[in-house]
Design a binder for this molecule. Structure first.
Ligand SMILES: CC(C)(COP(=O)(O)OP(=O)(O)OC[C@H]1O[C@@H](n2cnc3c(N)ncnc32)[C@H](O)[C@@H]1OP(=O)(O)O)[C@@H](O)C(=O)NCCC(=O)NCCS
Length: 374
């Protein structure tokens, strides 16, 4: 008999209490520790936000300065890690690369086997600091360019862009990336965060949890959607072709990437900020990526009554920032690692093994039959 309480995809199931992030899906609001996301995107920076997620309150000047120093001084990775990065096939999927190298980082982490709160915080800072470095090294090496080592005089987003391109970024590019990192940092019990929490709930370690989370983020129904959005923009090309393209996809019952959300019944508030950013970037750099995206937004609303999520306008923004599409989902991971680590620390503060049950709908009990009698 069907179990009335079974919820496919765990929709609407509350599995824990949290002080980190709250989402009001009806009115399209997102808060971190009580601060609204639009307020944070406008006024904060990624370093400060990661402190908020890790500690629950905004830092004073001295705490912020120590937090930044900790991140900046942990950016470099050892020669063993660089040797490994040089060995990856240049054709590797970038998320596969990131998942593998994060797992490898555990082997060289001085706190690898230490699961204390303090050690877990140190490992979290190191992962936050080192993921942009390993990603940038891989990106440059696969493009036959020499690596660019971190510049400790640069903030998180400026240094990230510098390590990727080899050039000091302008203020607008750094500001845009910084806001993107803020917008992607945490989002409650999304699939990858849940995956990280499940992993540490067994008392496994931080690197294992982040490895699980990266593997989960990779999927096109989660973080992988942003790369698919750019593919769609390139396929459509002209604003006038958007309506027919969307109608055709919907008639084939295909999903439009970057639209819909499990929690929001209205527009994702992060998409609103990214839409403005996309518009500003088109005004500065030209092209039609914002116009095309906006046309798609209007069309999908008309034809399917769906609104964009965080991944939709992120695609045009990253593209106008000259970032290769293979970096889109890994960039998401380099931001979301702050949320993953905060959620891991919270899970371990009051841990209980996460172990749900399934409703069995298979065969009734039966006796084993020898293979030649089947
Ligand atoms: C995010 C997402 C996975 C949420 O999924 P969900 O809560 O499980 O909802 P479902 O996939 O069951 O969708 C419910 C209905 O809306 C439709 N729908 C949802 N998102 C859609 C989309 N992007 N394009 C077309 N139809 C969509 C489904 O086809 C389904 O319709 P049906 O009831 O007629 O079968 C889903 O909206 C999606 O796949 N979006 C595209 C991928 C994406 O952008 N992911 C990034 C999320 S931040």
């Amino acid at each position: 008999m069907a179990n009335e309480s079974a919820s496919k995809g765990l929709a609407d199931v509350v599995v824990s209490k949290t002080k980190i992030t709250s989402i009001d899906g009806q009115s399209g609001k997102l808060f971190h520790c009580g601060y609204e996301i639009s307020d944070l995107a406008q006024n904060s920076n990624f370093e400060e936000l990661s402190y908020l997620l890790f500690h629950g309150d905004l830092p004073n000047n001295s705490d912020l300065s120590s937090h930044k120093n900790l991140i900046y001084s942990n950016r470099q990775v050892s020669d063993e890690i660089i040797t490994l990065i040089r060995q990856f096939p240049s054709t590797s999927n970038t998320m596969d690369f990131l998942r593998t190298v994060v797992s490898y980082l555990a082997l060289f982490d001085e706190d690898s086997d230490n699961n204390s709160q303090e050690a877990n915080m140190n490992k979290s800072i190191r992962l936050l600091a080192q993921m942009p470095t390993v990603l940038s090294y891989f990106h440059r090496l696969r493009n036959n360019l020499e690596i660019v080592t971190p510049d400790n005089n640069l903030d998180f987003s400026s240094n990230f862009l510098y390590m990727l391109s080899g050039e000091k970024p302008d203020e607008l590019a750094s500001k845009c990336l910084d806001q993107c990192l803020i917008l992607h940092a945490d989002h409650g019990f999304n699939a990858s965060t849940f995956s990280a929490r499940v992993t540490v709930s067994t008392l496994s370690d931080v690197h294992s949890a982040i490895t699980s989370a990266i593997g989960t983020l990779k999927g096109p129904l989660h973080g992988g959607a942003n790369e698919s959005v750019l593919k769609m923009l390139h396929e459509i090309k002209d604003v006038e072709k958007a309506s027919d393209y969307i109608a055709d996809k919907l008639s084939r019952k295909e999903k439009i990437m970057g639209f819909g959300h499990r929690v929001y019944q209205t527009i994702d508030p992060r998409a609103t900020v990214l839409r403005e950013m996309s518009k500003d970037l088109q005004t500065k750099f030209g092209g039609n990526l914002y116009d095309l995206s906006y046309e798609i937004e209007k069309t999908v609303l008309e034809q399917k009554n769906l609104k964009p999520n965080v991944d939709f306008y992120a695609a045009s923004v990253y593209s106008m920032l000259n970032l290769d599409s293979s970096l889109f989902t890994p960039l998401f991971a380099c931001s979301r690692v702050s949320g993953w680590c905060a959620q891991i620390l919270e899970q371990l503060e009051d841990n209980r093994l996460i172990r749900p049950r399934a409703e069995y709908v298979g065969s009734p009990p039966r006796s084993y039959v020898e293979s030649n009698n089947r």
